[in-house]
Design a protein around this ligand. Structure first.
Ligand code: FEO
Length: 393
């Protein structure tokens, strides 16, 4: 198990989870990585751990560089178990090490693990830690992606160890973005933002502003998932993308999400799509029978218009539609103009549940549209009129 040097005396000692297909509800067809870094300075410093079931690889890579008894600090940027799962095992190997984290991180560690005997150094934004030739500084980034999240900056190397921020659930033989197809990495970063960080745009904007006000000069961003952004061009590309996503700006596109039992809502989705196409608005149409919710959510970053269609089943939302609406509600996209439609057999009205979610998210809406059984051409014309009303909002 080889460690990989990413800057002089700073090594990637992480692991690649090639077989990960799901991350707490987020479909991850391309796996993920849990990046952990070892800084071989006068004070040897480990930054973040990995998931518990891959601990042996992390440990082997660390041991290729140092004995655990020589580790001075373990920085815990985030306590979610994909980064902290093997910290108890590491602390057994390196009980002398001091855990460097923020107050919320300490509380979260104590809530997850038996931390008896662990020593801490608690830091907050602007605090620094000299480890020899380098001084590390810290920036708490609450809710990116948990209350305890923070990032570590190595000024001498112009390196930001950003944990979840700027990451991708993407396992590849490439360690650096420049070794991978750029569009694939950026698409994975976008998917990661849409499925993990979407609710926290305000906090992401705050973190970007804090980094600016601290005057961080960043030439490399090494996240704890996926590939490492190196060089100003790549760093600016991902920083600019985050600025855009966090601001809630969209590209004025439309996304239609539906499911269908006997083709009625599929026909309505088709009719709705034709209106966007006629208006010259780029539109994507996803049937939840074949599309995963995570794949669909990526399009919400670019969409101004959202249209969700439901086939009523036993007087309820269709289960896949209900699941999608719940997932989307939690991710809380902002600034959308939305409509819902549906078909029913004997009882109308269930699409109101979708409308209520739109209202809870503060979106602009038009009246829901429903039809009994199969929509005929005159009904589809009325639905199209409702979509035109939506576009005119
Ligand atoms: Fe990669 Fe929030 O953990």
């Amino acid at each position: 198990m080889n460690a990989v040097e990413i800057k002089k005396d700073i090594y990637w000692v992480g692991v690649k989870d090639w077989n990960l297909k799901e991350f707490h509800g987020y479909s991850t067809p391309n796996g993920s990585t849990y990046n952990s870094y070892l800084i071989m300075d006068e004070k040897i410093t480990l930054v973040d751990g990995v998931k518990h079931y891959m601990s042996h690889e992390n440990i082997a890579r660390i041991q290729s560089l140092t004995d655990f008894s020589k580790i001075d600090y373990i920085i815990v940027n985030h306590v979610e178990m994909d980064h902290s799962g093997n910290i108890p095992e590491i602390m057994k190997l390196a009980p002398q090490a001091v855990i460097v984290t923020n107050a919320a991180g300490k509380m979260a560690l104590e809530a997850h693990f038996d931390t008896t005997g662990w020593n801490y150094q608690i830091v907050k934004t602007g605090d620094s830690l000299n480890i020899g030739k380098r001084t590390l500084s810290f920036m708490t980034t609450p809710m990116l992606h948990w209350p305890d999240s923070m990032m570590t900056y190595v000024a001498e190397d112009k390196l930001l160890l950003s944990n979840d921020g700027f990451g991708q659930h993407y396992a590849t033989d490439a360690l650096f973005v420049k070794e991978a197809p750029f569009d694939c990495v950026m698409q994975e970063a976008k998917s990661y933002y849409a499925n993990i960080l979407f609710p926290y745009g305000m906090q992401a904007e705050k973190a970007l502003n804090t980094a600016d006000s601290l005057g961080l000069d960043i030439e490399m961003i090494a996240p704890s998932h996926g590939c490492i952004w190196s060089g100003k061009e790549e760093v600016n590309a991902i920083l600019n993308a985050y600025c855009k996503w966090a601001s809630g700006q969209n590209e004025g596109k439309a996304v239609i999400v539906y499911d269908t039992m006997w083709g009625a809502t599929a026909a309505m989705a088709e009719a709705a799509m034709s209106v966007f196409q006629d208006a010259g608005i780029p539109v994507r149409k996803h049937c939840l029978a074949v599309k995963n919710v995570s794949e669909v959510m990526v399009d919400f970053l670019d969409a101004k218009y959202v249209v969700i269609g439901n086939p009523t089943l036993n007087n309820q939302l269709f289960p896949r539609v209900a699941g999608f609406v719940t997932y989307m509600h939690g991710l809380a996209p902002k600034n959308k103009t939305a409509m819902c439609f549906g078909s029913y057999g004997w009882k109308a009205g269930v699409v109101k549940k979708i409308q209520e979610v739109y209202e809870d998210l503060g979106w602009t809406t038009v009246e829901p549209f429903e039809e009994k059984y199969t929509p005929k051409s005159d009904v589809l014309e009325k639905l199209k009129e409702r979509v035109r009303e939506l576009i005119a909002k």
